[in-house]
Design a protein around this ligand. Structure first.
Ligand code: URA
Length: 243
């Protein structure tokens, strides 16, 4: 049996309006199920078998939604928080309520964060077994050297049971403030900051620029987001189904 949803949820998930807005549309007789008017917001509809239309336009149900956010500093990677703004608060034009961030970035970290309601894909992207690559750009207090790169490549110990997996450090600029790109294949708590701490250096700015080979869209300013394209979604499905 296919998934069934309340008619008002179906429509608000598809961004037609808030729950109360779509209820009003339904009560006004603007919504049809299988060519018959339906005045009941609580009516159950099958997302695969029923045809829902509003003002004569068919509204297809999209089971999974995928967004790319350029997370700004100062918001937390959670669905709800008592004190802070969350990454979901930033998706102001998106009505569906079942979205969550794929993993976490620290409150002060910026950059690529995927947001979806596809639990399977999120799980596969985050599974340590898959070793999905994450690339971070960082500014570091002090000069970063090739010796540091060698330590990271050998697998630096950050005080956990096991040392980190080999990580690739690319030095973009070595100076009083250095600039680097770091590719890591796991996602431990505060990993990048702790890796630099382990070599006596401090991260002063951190931004994720890529995940699983999917790059942050440069046209997104901090706080902006867009839907992933079908090609990007298929690409993520491909890379997560390989193992
Ligand atoms: N590593 C960190 O230290 N912080 C992040 O937000 C992500 C990776």
């Amino acid at each position: 049996m296919g998934t069934k949803l309340r008619l008002d949820k179906y429509l608000s998930d598809m961004n037609i309006g808030t729950r109360s807005e779509v209820r009003s549309m339904i009560r006004k007789g603007r919504v049809f199920i299988n060519s018959l008017p339906c005045l009941k917001p609580e009516e159950k509809v099958s997302i695969d078998k029923d045809e829902v239309s509003l003002d004569g336009n068919i509204i297809e149900y999209e089971k999974y939604s995928y967004f790319m956010l350029n997370k700004p500093a100062g918001v937390v990677s959670a669905t709800e928080d008592k004190q802070d703004r969350t990454v979901l608060d930033l998706l102001e034009t998106v009505k569906r309520k079942d979205l969550f961030p794929v993993g976490r970035l620290d409150k002060d970290t910026e950059g690529l964060l995927l947001i979806t309601n596809d639990g399977d894909m999120a799980h596969r992207l985050l599974s340590p077994k898959r070793e999905v690559v994450k690339v971070y750009y960082a500014r570091i207090d002090g000069s970063v050297t090739e010796e540091d790169a060698a330590v990271f490549l050998a697998g630096v110990s950050i005080g956990d049971e096991k040392p980190c997996l080999p990580a690739k450090l690319e030095i973009l600029k070595s100076d009083d403030i250095s600039e680097i790109n770091l590719s890591i294949y796991e996602g431990r708590y505060h990993q990048v900051k702790r890796m630099f701490e382990a070599i006596g250096k401090r991260v002063i700015y951190l931004k994720r620029i890529s995940m699983g080979g999917l790059d942050l869209d440069n046209s997104l300013k901090p706080g902006e987001y867009r839907r992933l394209t079908i090609n990007e979604v298929n690409y993520l499905k491909d890379i997560t189904s390989l193992i």
